[in-house]
Design a binder for this molecule. Structure first.
Ligand code: AN0
Ligand code: CP
Length: 321
């Protein structure tokens, strides 16, 4: 594997999940694979899980991780081409990327959508520049439109907890005070559409995700109807993807609290597990009783981030040899 970005990068999905379960049971078995290799983990945005799980995954493989927080540890970076650099940004990404690349073998990048310009975000302008100018394999640690390490960890978690061969998985939009990216729901939809599950997305009108990620999903605007018989409920907020409402791209269209996942919602499911990528706002996205119930898998999902990252790094290291 060269880059880790889209579900197709990981190859056969059943094989990848099997490999993940094997890595989880034997996480120190590839200690020599990453020997004398360095991964640079570049963060343009905050993170708890991604920064810790990526470092742990690298260490499990014998690889040395270096974390760089752009704008805090480094100079502020200009990302636009052709601009007069008279702002507070001291260095251009065009120099910074090859410099970063000269000290490492693999690069991970967290760079959220700006939510101002749909074309800029959906072209993955920053991640693509890392791919183009580094000459090194690149892992998306949540870039403008995708979060593959999260979706893979979620799939591993579903595989571990499913009680039937083909479970019903429902991804529901839920309210949040701020405008959030679409990367998590895009990737979750993309990976679920490729997995052996019945996948339903429920959202208020205007929140339709880019069809590039949702081919094969059932869209149900009636949230309660969508929840009926579900085996897994995956909650997430996202801002307007600008698919049906192009002029509203990146905006908050609704704060309708009736979409919060509470026990009345969970009551119509098939005793479903509750999932969320975290960080989560309690009593906005999900009620305390649902996230605190034994059927909540949020900590297990976060723990599996170490495994999804390790499989991605392992496949990249194997490709370097
Ligand atoms: C981010 C998002 O929704 O994309 C990161 C989630 C992993 N969430 C927040 O900024 C709260
Ligand atoms: N789920 C996730 O990616 O969390 P962080 O933003 O804390 O890394």
């Amino acid at each position: 594997m060269r880059n880790f970005f889209r579900v197709s990068d990981i190859g056969n999905l059943n094989e990848a999940v099997k490999e993940a379960l094997n890595v989880k049971a034997n996480r120190f078995a590839w200690k020599n694979l990453g020997m004398n290799k360095t991964i640079m983990l570049v963060f343009f945005n905050n993170s708890l899980r991604t920064r810790l799980s990526s470092q742990k995954a690298a260490i499990n493989l014998g690889m040395t991780p270096i974390v760089l927080n752009i704008g805090q540890d480094s100079w502020k970076l200009e990302t636009e081409m052709g601009v007069v650099m008279d702002s507070d940004k001291s260095e251009h990404i065009r120099e910074a990327i090859p410099v970063i690349a000269s000290y490492c073998d693999v690069i991970g990048v967290r760079s959220f959508a700006g939510l101002q310009n749909r074309e800029y975000d959906y072209n993955e302008t920053i991640l693509k520049q890392f791919m183009e100018y580094s000459g090194k394999p690149v892992i998306s640690l949540e870039s403008a439109t995708v979060h593959p390490c999260q979706a893979f960890a979620d799939l591993i978690t579903i595989e571990e907890y499913k009680k039937c061969k083909r479970p019903k998985v429902v991804m529901t939009w839920a309210p949040h005070p701020k405008a959030l990216p679409q990367a998590v729901p895009n990737s979750f939809a993309e990976w679920m559409c490729a997995a052996d599950v019945d996948f339903v997305i429920t959202q208020p009108h205007g929140y339709e995700l880019d069809p590039e990620f949702t081919q094969g999903a059932i869209i149900e605007y009636d949230q309660m109807k969508a929840f009926e018989g579900a085996d897994f409920i995956y909650a997430k907020n996202w801002s307007c993807p600008g698919v049906t409402l192009p002029d509203k791209y990146g905006q908050v269209l609704s704060k309708d609290m009736s979409w919060m996942v509470d026990s009345a919602h969970m009551a119509v499911t098939n005793n479903a597990y509750f999932m969320h990528c975290l960080p989560v706002r309690r009593n906005m996205i999900v009620s305390d009783d649902v996230i605190d119930a034994p059927t909540s898998l949020v900590i297990q999902e976060a723990a599996n981030r170490e495994i999804s990252a390790q499989v991605a790094m392992k496949k990249i290291l194997e490709g370097l040899k």
